[in-house]
Design a protein around this ligand. Structure first.
Ligand SMILES: *Cc1c(COP(=O)(O)O)cnc(C)c1O
Length: 367
C-alpha cells in the first residue's frame, strides 16, 4: 500500500531490518515452546514492505482484522496464509472465502454462510472457534455451545475445515492471560478432540499480552499458537505495563519526524478568558512563567493523541496540540534549534494506527 505525498514532512521512517530482526526473535521465542506465530499486521495498516518482512521472518500466518488489507496484499502478490481475526461480517463472506484462508469465528450462522460460499467457490476455509474467557469481546460465552458448534462443523460442513480454538484477552475487559485461562482453553480443545476423535491443529492462546506466560515458563503445553502484533512491531507494552525486559527487541522501528515552523518565548498560561479548546475540552493549564517553545507542523489529524508520541531528544516536552499543530516546550533542551529543523519521536500503538493510515504522512523505509 504505497502512497505519494506532496510534502516531505511529517514523515514516518520505518526500519525494515529491525522489523525483520524482531519477527525472527519472536518466531524463535515461540519455536522453543512449540508455539507458532501469526504476525498481526493491522497495527500498521498492512504496509506491504513491512508485511514482506513478516513473511521472510518466518511467521506462520499473516493476520488482520481488516479484509481490505488482505485483499490488497493478495492482489500485490503476497502468497502466505492470511487469517481474518475479526469475526467476519455476513456481508464480507464472499470476499473472505475468495481471499482469506482462515478466520476467527463465534457465530454459527456466519460459519454456515462461509460453508455455502466455499461450496460455490469450490474452496475450503479454515475456521478457529473463539472462546470468551472473560474479556467480554468476541467468542462463545457458553462453552457447551462452542463444543457443539465444533462437532456440527466437523460432521456437517465439509466446506469448512475446523482448524482449532482460540481466545482473546486484554482487549475490552483488560483481562490478564493467566495459566488458568490458558488451561481453560486447552480443556475446551480436549473436549472437542475427544468428541471428533482427532487433534485440532491450532490452539491460539491470545496476543502480545500472552507472551509473559512463555517467558515465565508458565504457558501450558497445549497452547501452540499466538497472534502477535504490538510485541513484534513496537515491543513497548510489555516493558512499560508489565515491567518485562524486552531489550533484545528493537523498540525504535518507527521514527516520526516533524518540522519546526515557529519558535518563540511565550507565557505557559493562556492569556484571557479560558473557554474550550478546538476539541471541545476544557483543559487545565499550569503557569510556569515565560518559556521557550516551538510549534511543529503536525497534529492530531496525524497521530490522534499527543500522549502517544514521545520526543526522542532529552529536554523536549509535549505541551499540547490541535488538529495540525504540535506545541513543545524546549526551554530545557541543551542543543540549538532553529526554524526548519526536524525533530524525532517514538510512537505508541494508538499513534501508529493513525500515522500509517494517513495520506498526509510521508512513509519512508530504511533497509
Ligand atoms: C489485534 C488482535 C491481536 C493482536 O494484538 P497485539 O496486542 O497487537 O498483539 C490478536 N488477536 C486478535 C483477535 C486481535 O484483534
Amino acid at each position: 500500500m504505497e502512497r505519494n505525498q506532496v510534502y516531505q514532512y511529517p514523515a514516518l521512517e520505518i526500519n525494515l531490518n529491525k522489523v525483520y530482526d524482531n519477527i525472527k526473535t519472536m518466531v524463535e521465542i515461540g519455536r522453543e515452546k512449540d508455539i507458532e506465530i501469526a504476525g498481526v499486521i493491522k497495527g500498521f495498516n498492512g504496509l506491504t514492505r513491512v508485511v514482506n518482512k513478516f513473511v521472510e521472518g518466518g511467521c506462520k500466518h499473516l493476520a488482520t482484522s481488516r479484509l481490505d488489507q488482505i485483499i490488497q496484499l493478495k492482489d500485490e502478490g503476497i502468497q502466505h496464509p492470511f487469517m481474518l481475526i475479526r469475526i467476519p461480517m455476513l456481508s464480507e463472506v464472499k470476499k473472505l472465502v475468495q481471499y482469506a484462508d482462515i478466520s476467527l469465528n463465534s457465530e454459527l450462522s456466519v460459519i454456515e454462510r462461509i460453508h455455502e460460499e466455499c461450496k460455490r467457490q469450490n474452496k475450503r476455509h479454515k475456521v478457529i472457534l473463539m472462546a470468551d474467557l472473560g474479556d467480554l469481546r468476541e467468542g462463545f460465552w457458553d462453552k457447551g455451545e462452542l463444543v457443539e458448534a465444533a462437532c456440527y462443523i466437523e460432521k456437517k460442513l465439509d466446506g469448512i475445515e475446523l482448524y482449532g480454538v482460540g481466545t482473546n484477552l486484554g482487549c475490552y475487559g483488560s483481562i490478564k492471560p493467566t495459566e488458568e485461562k490458558m488451561n481453560e482453553l486447552c480443556s475446551i480443545a480436549e473436549e472437542i478432540e475427544e468428541k471428533i476423535n482427532r487433534k485440532l491443529d491450532i490452539i491460539s492462546g491470545g496476543a502480545t499480552s500472552s507472551i509473559p506466560l512463555i517467558l515465565e515458563n508458565k504457558m501450558p503445553k497445549g497452547i501452540n499458537h499466538l497472534r502477535i502484533g504490538e510485541g513484534i512491531i513496537l515491543a513497548k507494552d510489555l516493558p512499560d505495563l508489565w515491567g518485562l525486559d524486552m531489550d533484545y527487541m528493537h523498540q525504535d522501528i518507527f521514527t516520526l519526524k516533524a518540522e519546526i515552523i515557529e519558535m518563540k518565548r511565550k507565557p505557559t498560561y493562556p492569556v484571557g478568558e479560558i473557554a474550550i479548546d478546538s476539541f471541545g475540552n476544557k483543559p487545565t493549564y499550569t503557569d510556569r512563567g515565560i518559556r521557550k517553545r516551538a510549534l511543529l507542523a503536525m497534529g492530531k489529524l496525524d497521530y490522534a493523541l499527543n500522549d502517544k508520541i514521545i520526543p526522542r531528544q532529552k529536554g523536549i516536552e509535549i505541551v499540547g496540540s490541535s488538529s495540525d499543530h504540535l506545541i513543545i516546550d524546549i526551554e530545557d533542551y541543551e542543543g540549538t534549534l532553529k526554524i526548519g529543523d526536524i525533530l524525532e519521536f517514538d510512537i505508541y500503538y494508538p499513534a501508529m494506527i493513525y500515522l500509517t493510515n494517513s495520506r498526509y504522512i510521508n512513509i519512508t523505509y530504511v533497509e
